[in-house]
Design a protein around this ligand. Structure first.
Ligand code: FES
Length: 76
């Protein structure tokens, strides 16, 4: 199943399907078989990059509607 990322209202990025999550050095996080996980986008999680529910306690507010992005700028 292809991966899908959903931008939750006032909460995490929910990723589901076939995906891997790696750190900056390319090492893969062990997800213990999870096929759905929330990635923190509020900046308050004590378990980054994963959501730990802190967005609720911090009153994080962000609602993003789907939209078209402009074409990428050519690389120099
Ligand atoms: S989005 Fe849930 S802790 Fe940041």
């Amino acid at each position: 199943m292809p991966s899908k990322v959903t931008v939750g209202n006032n909460g995490p990025l929910r990723i589901e399907g076939d995906f891997t999550i790696c750190d900056a050095e390319g090492r893969e996080f062990g997800l213990a078989g999870r096929t759905v996980i929330g990635l923190c986008r509020c900046g308050h999680s004590e378990n980054k990059p994963f959501c730990d529910g802190s967005h609720n306690r911090q009153g994080f507010q962000s609602q993003c509607q789907a939209r078209e992005l402009p074409p990428p700028k050519p690389k120099l």
